[in-house]
Design a protein around this ligand. Structure first.
Ligand code: URA
Length: 234
């Protein structure tokens, strides 16, 4: 059982405080009976809740994989008016939240969802979810640099954990890291004097970007959702 105002807020009717006002003013009914008492508890799975006679349905959970293009920020809004990842989604998905972030000038896989529990889980450092990046650099890269990336690099906020790195082509590295520190890949590369020309994330845990074009999204499959929810730490 949960407090009525909490359920209303979660279903996007209004903030919790405004939902309390709706209840006090007699606009909310539970199973057809108007409820004005603020402490009222409901069973969100069974009780029918209406506001002004309109049924307030349970929100479906939505899980998207988005291919973030260059030059937009991973945020719901931007006070400076720069484009955000939300600009690429239809209105019906404006209440989703990005899971983690990619820099303004990083492309690639970004998950968005309204499942708060999954967002929390995937963002928590203890989860150590592996993220794979393709890193293009102008400088020549040898086995010495690959070894250093793999072993861990001293950054201002502490050494990085061991990573997996391999040279795919001259100047193109595949890097797999478990942490999600701010600008981590760029800072790791910077520490080796390897300026990043282009950075693209191609996977987060079991989810892969594949052929999804930049600026487009797709829904996670039920199988992908299941695997994400079942990752270590549940
Ligand atoms: N590391 C970075 O430096 N930037 C990103 O956007 C993601 C990982």
């Amino acid at each position: 059982m949960e407090r009525l105002q909490k359920v209303l807020a979660r279903r996007g009717v209004a903030s919790r405080r405004k939902s309390e006002e709706l209840i006090s003013s007699g606009r909310v009914a539970v199973n057809g009976i108007v409820v004005r008492e603020l402490g009222t508890k409901v069973d969100p799975d069974r009780d029918e809740i209406t506001v002004d006679g309109e049924v307030i349905k349970k929100k479906e959970k939505v899980y998207l994989v988005f291919h973030k293009p260059l030059y937009c920020i991973t945020s719901k809004t931007d006070p400076q008016g720069r484009p955000t990842v939300m600009d690429f989604l239809p209105q019906e998905y404006k209440d989703l939240h990005p899971v983690g972030r990619l820099d303004w000038d990083t492309e690639g896989l970004l998950l968005l969802t309204n499942d708060g529990a999954l967002t929390f889980k995937l963002s928590h450092p203890s989860q150590e979810i592996e993220k794979t990046y393709l890193v293009w650099t102008e400088s020549s890269v040898g086995q010495k640099e690959i070894k250093r990336l793999t072993g861990g690099i001293r950054l201002e906020d502490g050494p990085t954990h061991p990573a997996k790195a391999r040279l795919l082509e001259p100047g193109l590295i595949e890097l797999k890291i478990h942490e999600g520190r701010n600008r981590q890949v760029r800072r790791m590369m910077g520490a080796l004097n390897l300026p990043v020309k282009r950075l693209q994330r191609i996977s987060v845990g079991p989810i892969k970007l594949m052929e999804l074009p930049a600026g487009k999204y797709r829904h996670l499959t039920p199988g992908e959702i299941k695997v994400l929810k079942g990752l270590k730490g549940d």
